[in-house]
Structures are given as structure tokens and as C-alpha cells.
Ligand binder design. Structure first.
Ligand code: AMP
Length: 144
């Protein structure tokens, strides 16, 4: 069951937190790390992950960690909105493979939505060029 299980300390996001795996950083403090999704479903698709936790999903996050983490999710979402000015924003989080989860370290997706845009498939396709993602990350970071 992917909804339950043991936290894998070598999951890709844990490796990013340890600096063992590259990511295009948008924001980092002692609570959270935000970076660009490499398979963006829309331009500006950003992920926010909590630090210092072994939570595979939202159900496993210790209550005292929720507040500070959600504050960071909101802060990054506000910066995405200011930088890219989409008409809408989806803030999404998946728990378990049947729900769409593919990486088992808790994360929230921040997805800018343009009027009439149907978006791209989740976690698939070819990775977006790092330079392109870096330019978006810089734009967003300017509001943080
Ligand atoms: P989820 O399917 O909700 O677990 O989301 C995992 C997300 O991580 C997907 O949107 C993937 O596109 C994204 N992802 C996978 N590998 C990387 C990577 N190396 N850098 C950035 N994002 C990634």
C-alpha cells in the first residue's frame, strides 16, 4: 500500500534536501525547500517540501509541523502569483499512488492556471530545460 509504508530516506526529494541531487531552487529556509517541477504541468509549476520530517504524505506530518510548513506553501504561492500573474492557481497534494503520488516525501504542488489552459499530464513527458526553469525560479524568487 503506497498510502502506508516506511519512509525511504533515499527518495529523490530527500536527496535534494541533502544536496545529493540537483534542483532548481526557488526558496529555502529551515522549514521548507521550494523548487521548480522538472516535468511542469504548467509554466511556473513549483513544489514545496518540508524539511526535517519523515512524512511520506500529508497524513504523516506531525501536527506541530503543519502550521510553519503551510505558511511557506502560501508564501511561495503568493510569489508565484505575483511573478507570473496567472488567472488562477491550483494548490494540490496527492496521497498514495492511486491518488497520483509518485514521490514519497510530502510535497504541495503550486500550479499556475491560465484562462482556457487545460494543462499537461502529471509527472510525465520530457524534462524541461534547466535554464528555462532557472529563469522562472529567478522571477518567482524576486518576490520572496
Ligand atoms: P507527485 O506525483 O504528486 O508525487 O509529484 C511528484 C512531482 O515531482 C511530479 O510533478 C514530478 O514531475 C516531479 N519531479 C520528479 N522528479 C523531479 C526532479 N528531479 N526535479 C523536480 N521535480 C521532479
Amino acid at each position: 500500500m503506497t498510502l502506508h509504508g516506511t519512509y525511504d530516506k533515499d527518495n529523490i526529494f530527500a536527496k535534494m534536501l541533502r544536496g545529493e541531487m540537483p534542483c532548481v531552487k526557488v526558496f529555502e529556509d529551515d522549514v521548507a525547500l521550494a523548487f521548480m517541477d522538472i516535468f511542469p504541468q504548467a509554466e511556473g509549476h513549483t513544489l514545496v517540501i518540508p524539511k526535517d520530517v519523515k512524512a511520506r504524505n500529508f497524513l504523516e506530518l506531525k501536527p506541530k509541523k503543519i502550521g510553519p510548513y503551510m505558511e511557506r506553501v502560501q508564501t511561495v504561492a503568493q510569489a508565484v502569483e505575483k511573478a507570473l500573474k496567472p488567472e488562477g492557481l491550483r494548490i494540490i497534494q496527492f496521497n498514495g499512488a492511486p491518488a497520483g503520488q509518485t514521490v514519497y516525501h510530502l510535497h504541495f504542488h503550486i500550479l499556475p492556471v491560465r484562462e482556457g489552459d487545460t494543462g499537461r499530464a502529471h509527472a510525465s513527458g520530457t524534462p524541461t530545460d534547466t535554464e528555462e526553469l532557472q529563469a522562472l525560479a529567478d522571477k518567482i524568487a524576486a518576490y520572496l
